[in-house]
Design a protein around this ligand. Sequence first.
Ligand code: SF4
Length: 369
Amino acid sequence: MKVHWRYTSPTRNTYAALFAACEQEGFLLEPTDGPAPDVTCYSLNSLNVRDLAPEMAEADCITIAGGPHATACWRQVSEYADYVVVGEGEYLLPALLSCIRDGRAVSLPGIATKEGYTPAASTVILDAYPAFSQMKGYVEISRGCPFSCAYCQTPRIFGRVMRHRSVESIVKYASRYRDARFVSPNALAYGSDGRCPRPDRLRELLSALSNNIYFGTFPSEVRPEFVTEETLGLITRYCANTSIQFGAQSGSDAVLQRIGRGHTTADVVAAVEQCAGAGLTPVVDIIVGFPFESDDDQRATADLVRWIARYGKIHAHSFLPLPGTPLARSLPRPLSRELSHLLGSLALNGKLTGSWRSLEIGFSHSTPD
Ligand code: SF4
């Protein structure tokens, strides 16, 4: 049985992880730029689904969909995909492929079809699967997040318990790179429950890595309250990056509370100051256009952005209502002239990246060190 992966550049890290998981079970996911027999697998997100859904509907082969959009909207996706992998794919995708190859009926918890769906009964232990094999990707060190930011799909897909890959396994995969980068919802939470830093576990990991390490920067951004003198000391001692990227998301404490961020603007200010003191450039993520932002909230965000720009850089993007989140049915609020003008002028001065006007670009790329 031939199995293909519908290749798209933004989903290449998922491809790398699932290629390795399927390879263990004897399936090679060949990349393809369109549906191909016998089976083609798709990773759907809110940006690519408009192009890929019609392609799947017309496909002359068995189609399998997974990814954040398929997880959130499995019922809708199962109208045009033969099977939908809901949630994590490392165990489910090879198990599903085995059923299809052997002609067995598919009754796996976690696999949805038009007929229905039973939720998966377990979560993935990262060490049970390779980070990648011949298709290289960033090394995923942690999965799951105990926070519940109202705009974010991560805890709704991967759960609220943070799981970590072992130091030994991370070292093994990072050693295949000269410059190693990592995936985590909060890299500075490595080894912890995701709420309180564990600098001892962080030190154990970073001191075991011998190549150029880029940590706490793209694509492993962190939370502001994890940016402390101690954690930054570990970054400056063991890592090659000269910047730290963390999320502020808003300059308004009322908005932060409403979206359930679990930190305040004072935490953001403290993190920026800690970075500046440690000689690291803070790169701060901001989301603009939350549906319930008032003029005062946008003014507060403008003030914070202006202040951050004195010490570092801003990565801004528009609020995007993602399916499966509490804000899925909300519309972005237009930006005030003041905020729009400020973001534009900072971008012209090289202080700001991202896209705060186009939903299409905002989530699709970030800038490495
Ligand atoms: S935005 Fe970050 S901290 Fe908030 S829920 Fe998502 S992964 Fe967790």
